[in-house]
Write a protein that binds this ligand. Structure first.
Ligand code: PLP
Ligand code: COI
Length: 341
């Protein structure tokens, strides 16, 4: 199969229209049989619930070409499970989890020519999305839904990929206490857009959000979880009910403990403690593992000893091991890698 003619070295993180997408509709109280389509548009009534009451959610995962030349994806069962949890909280009908994995596999297979080759540093980003598509003017869940999976080749989410980022602690919150921070609802991202634009204008790559109830503990950024490394090389992972349970972060915790023999602690992390950490990194499907060199707070900047020039040693080992597993260079734990073609 001939690959698309793309300059992989210049590819950023953005939309490219690829050949096929998976679509399924929920109507008359059940999911109808899904399948591949070519139309990249949604055709919706002006009264569609998504336009008014933001009934929308999404997922993000990637497909890779391995060293062996296979096309694989990474832990799609966990995205299926998380989307089902998200749907429950948004009063949307969960897409059956085995059908979700099938939709991902079929969509990637149909777009195999778009999967970046091994060694390019690029991957195929997979975006499952669900919307309340039926008419709804009284405030209530939609009477019908669309589930779609589409894909696009992407490069690094943060320019420079492994160059340490500068972040700021945000004065805005992305989630409410007992709200929707732990699910992948579109509304969480709408909440973060103003703060993100402001952060970018001020020269920051991202915002760090604090716990919305007390504003004293570290939560995560708008599109990635945060991890720290302390002076004893223990990986410290912030714990909070309003953080999105990142699949990358959960995988890194396993890698730290089982591949690198590191201690991992999941606990609340106070803003006051930041000065004591020697490394900090963002992690997520899009971000992979991106080092953080500095976080600005209202009491001044905090610079991590790993600095602004290179990634800290533990962060680098975590990143290399995880990407090695995804690219077929390092043996994966049972069930993590799903072969597509
Ligand atoms: N946190 C937020 C708010 C996100 O949007 C994402 C991206 O999906 C993550 C964390 C990372 O999650 P994952 O590793 O499952 O992609
Ligand atoms: C992902 O990492 O897949 C996400 O959904 C994050 C988004 C901000 C691109």
């Amino acid at each position: 199969m001939e690959k698309k003619n793309i300059d992989w070295a210049k590819l950023g993180f953005g939309y490219t229209k690829t050949d096929s997408r998976w679509q399924a509709e929920w109507k008359d109280g059940e999911w109808q049989e899904g399948g591949l389509i070519e139309d990249a548009e949604f055709h919706l009534p002006e009264s569609a619930c998504v336009f008014h009451y933001s009934q929308s959610c999404f997922e993000g995962l990637k497909a890779y070409t391995t060293k062996q030349g296979d096309i694989v994806t990474f832990r799609p069962d966990l995205n299926a499970e998380r989307m089902a949890n998200t749907c429950r909280r948004l009063a949307m009908p969960a897409y059956p989890q085995d059908e979700f994995v099938r939709a991902v596999v079929e969509t990637v297979r149909a777009n195999a020519a778009w999967v970046p080759p091994y060694g390019t540093g690029c991957s195929l980003y997979i975006r499952p999305v669900m919307i309340g598509s039926g008419p709804q003017i009284g405030v209530a869940p939609a009477p019908s839904y669309m589930f779609r999976v589409f894909v696009m080749p992407v490069g690094a989410y943060f320019k420079g990929a492994v160059k340490p980022l500068k972040l700021r602690v945000s004065e805005y919150d992305r989630a409410a206490p007992h709200g929707t921070g732990h699910i992948k609802a579109g509304l969480n991202y709408a909440m973060s857009l103003y703060a993100t634009m402001e952060a970018h204008e001020e020269g920051y790559a991202e915002n760090v959000y604090l716990d919305p109830a007390t504003r004293t503990y570290i939560e995560e950024t708008g599109g990635a979880n945060i991890i720290f490394v302390d002076a004893d090389n223990t990986v410290v992972v912030p714990k909070s009910p309003s953080i999105l349970p990142s699949i990358t972060r959960r995988s890194l915790v396993y890698v730290a403990e089982h591949y690198l023999g590191l201690k991992v602690v999941e606990r609340q992390v106070a803003l006051d403690e930041l000065k004591g950490f020697k490394e900090c990194a963002l992690c997520g499907t899009a971000a992979v593992l991106a080092p953080v060199g500095q976080i600005d707070t209202k009491d001044g900047p905090i610079q991590f000893p790993s600095g602004m020039e290179k990634m800290g040693e533990i962060s680098a080992r975590l990143r290399e091991t995880l990407t090695g597993i995804q690219m077929g260079e390092i043996e994966a734990p049972e069930g993590w890698i799903v072969k597509i073609a």
